[in-house]
Design a protein around this ligand. Sequence first.
Ligand SMILES: Cc1ncc(C[n+]2csc(CCOP(=O)(O)OP(=O)(O)O)c2C)c(N)n1
Length: 218
Amino acid sequence: MEALERLAEALGAPDSSHLPAGLIAELQPPDVPEGRLTANKACQTVAALQPEGAIIVDEGITSTWDYYPMTPRVAPHSILTAAGTTIGWGMPCATGAAVASGDRPVINLQADGSAMFTVQALWTQAREALNVTTLIFANRRYNALRNQLVREGVTSPGPTATRVIELDHPTINWVNVSRGLGVPAVSVGRAEDLAREFRTALAEPGPHLIEMVLHPEG
Ligand SMILES: Cc1ncc(C[n+]2csc(CCOP(=O)(O)OP(=O)(O)O)c2C)c(N)n1
């Protein structure tokens, strides 16, 4: 801010009170949605409730595409995303962010397949009582790989390809996984339940995990 003020002074630029009304947008987060959870509604719930100064760690892969257009008018926050295409960095990144900035809430938007690569980060979060809320986008598949097949023209993959893509048999029980590593956890399937649990997680100190069981869009 000081740099901007000095620049404005050096340029003889007017202060903001002289700017046309409406040029600087007021904060206006989206409304909290209701109904069965989809990736879109999960993103909207986060955008609606994320506190000022939050650090958003986005490894939501195909589930968080809708998040960014929802955030231009939410309170100032930081975003950490991957610089490359490798997966499995989200949970350790959230852990590191919470160590580095203990006074800021860290919100980890986390796809389920990628989460399995480095899930032990939850134990570190519990051990160090880190202020991380992990939101698992449980679409229960490697959706990016499914999209890739569709791009290649394979719209009805056979059983072998399907088995590679689907994260089932057994379904991962995120509540048990998280509790087993020392992080309190709940599972939700509706937007209003997510809003309630997200508010609770943000209000309480220490790590939390919320499994968001997603229904397909539409
Ligand atoms: C280390 C590593 N292993 C494998 C891949 C290939 N890969 C890219 S996306 C993806 C699936 C991601 O699935 P998930 O995290 O559940 O997100 P979704 O695609 O379902 O949104 C995989 C396996 C990769 N990019 N990096």
